[in-house]
Ligand binder design. Structure first.
Ligand code: ATP
Ligand code: MG
Length: 561
């Protein structure tokens, strides 16, 4: 069956929801329990957002619940800061785990007991090989592994050593506990995988109680079983681990048998979604922190001003499939624009100001003109903007020698200033180097409000502007792609960074209303894009970050078909 003969799915429908629907209809499960299982070794990124929307979404649509479970099995890499950030980010995205907050560390005692169950059944052993020896003996995809010389240890010796590992008698790395499965298994995950390693490190939750910690592979499936997870949803790279998870479940007295289903991870153009790489970007100072607005982290996306509804709409729009693919960046921006177009207040902001003196406008006069807050939302009303003899326009909106079809300001050319007047350029002032520093214009008092004059004269361009009398200077940060290449190489990420990922503009001129409100929501700076006030703002230097530009290449692509 080719893609085109497949039945079209309703939005919000996918193979996972089909499975859940049939499991509930067929009586295989009475309720659905999912979980989102982050390891607290970094901040969540937009790929995790896909998984969160899927797990919490499925649970709520089918009347079940979703657990938030920290897979906190490696205290060497895990920190309280990450635990707090993960909880904050899941909540911000709009999901609530209620009482269902769990940690793999809640189960350390039970997991330990179950490890002894396997030892007693002759299905686990303590191995004294070094890390290097174990690796050398693991074999390859084409060659079987070799049995460890310690594989034949007696149950009693294994129990004794394992208990002493727990008691902290041995240094880090001296021994491990391994499952005794099959060193010749075609699936390398079944070649006697490590269940416990010695690690003398304090744990954020269990302190110094433990000097051995379970591996992710050993802890994961049993944690699902303890929590009664019915549908254990994970990304495709775990498909090869499923036989191992099932082996543990089949050999242990677990209270339930979870089923794992794999879906494709999100890959987004111009973005690397790997906590390892994101950690490195932060540690090496390529970005200002986990919430740098260029970061694909939920914290960075939030700081950029993206509303959580838009991120959820993005997750719904990309769907859930079994085949890996890359998502066009325009798909991410599209729902942000759609939403902000409806909700954002319009303001005028001149990012690269060019001063204009209106010579026939009375000196010392200022007036207040009406400006509409949001043409998409009548209830948003209007505001006053200050007009006067000196204003700023965008440098780009003027050309001394206009190109063909350049209808904006040029010597002798007339334009409309939005909500204000028609103005015509009558002169240009330059500095010693020949650069234009100021324009001279005249205005037509009969066009007040930006209206057509009685003679019916038309202009072809409408410019935004800010009056010198009402302007507030500000810093504006234009956030661009962090990586220059649409498919950046995670192995060599530093070389792939976009040198222009952040443009900082200072001396931008904003109308007072853009700065006056303490609103956290993004605004539309007319003709520029959506911008949000940043927490780096100080009383003398308001700072704004661009959430997204106005151009929608996705909508255009769809319109063209
Ligand atoms: P990374 O690969 O970025 O280091 P991870 O998979 O190690 O992340 P976890 O904390 O283990 O991070 O992830 C928690 C859950 O989020 C897992 O179920 C994982 O499958 C899912 N997840 C991680 N990355 C993505 C992604 N890009 N798309 C969808 N789901 C993802
Ligand atoms: Mg992981």
């Amino acid at each position: 069956m080719t893609a085109s003969d497949m039945p079209a799915r309703e939005p919000g429908q996918d193979f996972i929801r089909d499975i859940v629907t049939s499991d509930l209809a067929g009586g295989r499960h009475k309720t659905v329990v999912t979980r989102f299982p982050p390891e607290p070794n970094g901040y969540l990124h937009i790929g995790h957002a896909k998984s969160i929307c899927l797990n919490f979404g499925v649970a709520s649509e089918f009347g079940g619940h979703c657990n938030l479970r920290f897979d906190d099995t490696n205290p060497a890499k895990e920190e309280q800061e990450y635990i707090d950030a993960i909880e904050r980010d899941v909540r911000w995205l709009g999901f609530d785990w209620g009482d269902n907050l769990f940690h793999a560390s809640d189960y350390f005692e039970r997991l330990y007991e179950w490890a002894e169950v396997l030892i007693k059944a002759g299905k686990a052993y303590v191995d004294d090989q070094t890390h290097e020896e174990m690796r050398a003996n693991r074999g390859t995809l084409t060659e079987p592994g070799r049995d460890s010389p310690f594989r034949g240890r007696s149950v009693d010796e294994n129990l004794d050593l394992f208990r002493r590992m727990r008691a902290g008698e041995f240094p880090n790395g001296a021994r491990v506990l391994r499952a005794k499965i099959d060193m010749a298994a075609g699936n390398i995950n079944l070649r006697d995988p490590v269940m416990y390693r010695i690690l003398h490190a304090p744990h954020p939750r269990t302190g110094t109680t433990w000097s051995i910690y379970p591996s992710y592979d050993y802890a994961h499936g049993q944690s699902d079983a303890i929590e009664g997870v019915t549908h254990s949803l994970c990304t495709l790279e775990f498909a090869d681990h499923k036989p191992l998870y099932d082996w543990f479940i089949d050999n242990l007295p677990v209270p339930s048998k979870p089923h794992q289903y794999e879906f494709a991870r999100l890959n987004l153009d111009y973005t690397i979604l790997s906590k390892r790489v994101l950690t490195q970007l932060v540690r090496d100072g390529h970005v200002s922190g986990w919430d740098d607005p260029r970061m694909p982290t939920i914290a960075g996306i939030r700081r950029r001003g993206v509303p959580p509804e838009a991120l959820r709409a993005f997750a719904a729009s990309i769907g859930v499939a079994r085949a890996d693919s890359r998502v066009d960046y325009a798909m991410f921006e599209h729902p942000i624009r759609e939403l902000l177009n409806k909700t954002a207040s319009r303001r005028m902001a001149v990012l690269r100001p060019l001063k204009v003196v209106i010579e026939n406008y009375p000196e010392g006069q200022v007036e207040e003109l009406d400006a509409i807050n949001n043409p998409e939302d009548e209830a948003a009303g209007s505001r006053k903007v200050t007009f006067g003899r000196e204003i700023f326009i965008e440098r780009d909106d003027f050309m001394e020698v206009p190109a063909k079809k350049f209808f904006r300001l040029a010597p002798g050319q007339e334009v409309r200033l939005r909500y204000a007047y028609f103005v015509k350029c009558t002169g240009v002032v330059k500095d010693a180097s020949g650069e234009v520093t100021e324009l001279r214009c005249t205005y037509d008092p009969e066009t007040r409000g930006g209206n057509t004059p009685p003679d019916g004269r038309k202009v072809k361009a409408t410019l935004h502007w800010v009056s010198a009398a009402g302007a507030v200077p500000a810093e504006v940060r234009l956030v661009n792609h962090l990586f220059a290449n649409p498919n950046p190489d995670a192995g060599n990420f530093a070389a792939e960074l976009n040198p222009n990922s952040l443009e900082v503009l200072t001396g931008c001129m904003l109308e007072a209303a853009a700065v006056a409100s303490n609103e956290a929501a993004p605004m539309q700076f007319e003709r520029q894009g959506y911008f949000v006030r940043d927490r780096d703002s100080t009383p003398g230097n308001p700072v704004f970050v661009r959430t997204v530009g106005l151009k929608d290449s996705f909508a255009r692509a769809v319109a063209k078909g």
